[in-house]
Design a protein around this ligand. Structure first.
Ligand code: ACO
Length: 399
């Protein structure tokens, strides 16, 4: 690899790289991907092993601190996060100013910016104690904000967090519990959600993580950086794809035209229609996360007692696409978003909450990258070049 910043300074050469297809913006020790072989590792550990044997909080610690936590470290981390779940009562009123039709991703990013206003004076990115406390605040409060965005959209009262519960059970209760009835913990639901959060926890320099790093490189605080990451994630080509996949499956079903007809539209690039949940900038093989989700989808739906024809439709779509030259030549395979929506739906989440779930999963990765950047002595403010193609100098002559 060439250090382009030195080369540029010395030679005046600039590389034009739309979409940063071939530009490394940083060195990183967090996540390894081999897109040709379909390999993903967090801090060296294969994603398959972490998904099978770890919890989301263990993986969060691993990503942020570099090693798996000891039993004591994990217990303290868990306890600390439980103690920080409450939102300031005034912040709860923030939600009343928004329409119930607001997209939960917009609610999430604005509430995160609003949240930082409660911590003026403890936001300094250069103070390690403040970085620690803000790490815990974000991990503890983002799921609560997410659940309130959901409750707001369905017109139900917000519940207080129940800190006797684990991270995921608390989140599920905040979403699906209500004031009138006791909430029954479903271990199948909790474990399935925990596993999905692990699968989303980091993916090196994807668009949202790069956004978090770019914003953080200016010296902006962790809340501002993560809030920007949420906005980047919301796009349908990134995290928003999980919502788009379910909409697509629903439309195929309703149109009655069948899977083959839809695939033909994609191949003909009919009005730019894409097979959502397929293709990836880095994976030119099956996304290992999609493989895990696909393998668990049947089990989870069965355990939840749900049957969904959309899962069969997704499998049919995958089968047709994977045997079609258009997809084979372009190395387009299902990505993590292809099957997650069917599971989120079976869990009872509305489609518009899917990307919010992705954001909760991705939060440890954003935090880990933000912190890695802050402590890297080579970090500079992110500032891409451009090739100017506008008018040469001209003179202003007023008529
Ligand atoms: N359906 C149909 N064709 C596709 C798809 C797709 N999902 N993805 C890529 N292609 C085609 C393009 O049209 C292009 O074809 P061409 O060579 O004939 O012009 C070729 O494959 C290369 O595509 P690019 O857009 O150049 O690939 P890029 O790496 O820039 O894009 C992306 C990656 C954005 C993920 C793309 O595959 C896509 O739009 N997928 C659908 C959205 C999606 O699922 N996003 C989630 C990504 S994973 C994540 O963020 C968690």
């Amino acid at each position: 690899s060439i250090d382009l910043s030195t080369l540029t300074r010395q030679s005046g050469l600039t590389a034009l790289d739309y979409g940063f297809v071939n530009t490394s913006a940083t060195k990183s020790a967090i996540t390894y991907i081999d897109g040709d072989k379909g390999i993903l590792r967090y801090r060296g550990y294969p994603i398959e092993q972490l998904a099978e044997n770890s919890t989301y909080l263990e993986v969060a610690w691993l990503l942020i601190y570099g090693e798996l936590p000891t039993a004591d470290q994990l217990a303290n981390f868990d306890e600390n996060i439980r103690r920080h779940t409450l939102l300031h009562e005034d912040l709860k009123r923030f939600f009343s100013a928004l329409p119930h039709t607001a997209h939960p991703m917009s609610v999430l990013s604005s509430a995160l910016s609003a949240l930082s206003t409660y911590y003026e004076g403890s936001l300094d990115p250069n103070d390690p104690d403040m970085v620690e406390i803000n790490t815990v605040r974000l991990l503890a409060k983002l799921p609560v904000i997410a659940a309130y965005a959901h409750k707001k959209s369905i017109g139900q009262a917000f519940l207080y967090p129940d800190n006797s519960l684990s991270f995921v059970d608390n989140f599920l209760k905040l979403n699906f519990g209500n004031m009138a009835e006791k909430y029954d913990i479903d271990p199948v639901l909790g474990r399935a959600l925990d596993q999905l959060l692990i699968l989303h926890a980091d993916h090196e320099q994807n668009a949202s993580t790069s956004t978090v790093r770019l914003v953080g490189s200016t010296g902006a605080n962790m809340f501002a950086s993560v809030s920007a990451g949420v906005n980047a994630l919301s796009g349908p080509l990134h995290g928003g794809a999980n919502e788009a996949v379910l909409d697509m499956l629903g439309q195929i079903r309703e149109s009655g035209g069948g899977v083959k007809q839809f695939v033909d539209r994609v191949k003909n690039k009919d009005a730019g229609v894409r097979l959502m949940g397929f293709g990836h900038r880095v994976y030119k093989n099956y996304d290992p996360r999609a493989m895990i989700v696909k393998n668990s989808a049947d089990k989870v739906l069965e355990a939840l007692g749900v049957t969904d024809p959309l899962l069969d439709l997704a499998k049919e779509l995958e089968q047709i696409a994977l045997s079609d030259d258009y997809f084979i030549e372009r190395k387009l395979y299902p990505n993590v978003d292809f099957y997650t929506g069917v599971i989120y739906k079976a869990m009872g989440f509305p489609t518009r909450m899917f990307t919010v779930l992705f954001a909760i999963g991705r939060l440890p990765g954003w935090i880990a990258h933000w912190r890695e950047m802050q402590t890297d002595p080579q970090t500079k403010i992110g500032r891409p070049q451009q090739l100017y193609i506008g008018s040469p100098e001209r003179q202003l002559r007023k008529p």
